[in-house]
Design a binder for this molecule. Sequence first.
Ligand SMILES: [Zn+2]
Length: 101
Amino acid sequence: MGMFDYVHMIIKCPRCGEKVSGFQSKSGDCCLRTLEFWEVDYFYSDCEKCECYIQFEIKENVRKKLPISAYKMNSYSEFVPYKGHVGEKEHNPEDFIMKKR
Ligand SMILES: [Zn+2]
C-alpha cells in the first residue's frame, strides 16, 4: 500500500508561470496509481520554481446522485477456477431493490 496516488495533470503556475506537474491525492485508494482528476475529490502539488502550494478541490454538490437504473445488474450462478464467474444473467435492478433511500 502506498500513501497517495498520482494525478495526471500539468498546469501553469498561477504565481510564476512555471510548468507544474507531479500532482498527488490522498482521496483515492492511495496505491500509487496514476488517476485522472475527476476520480478524486482533491489533488495538490508544489511549484518547483516559486515553491507555492497549489490545491484543487472539488466544489460541493457536483457529484451526481444516480438512480439504480444507471447500474447494470448481473447475477452469476457459479464460480469456476481460472474462468471466473459464469452463468451470467442480467436483471432489472428496480425489480429487486427491497429498501430505497
Ligand atoms: Zn511558481
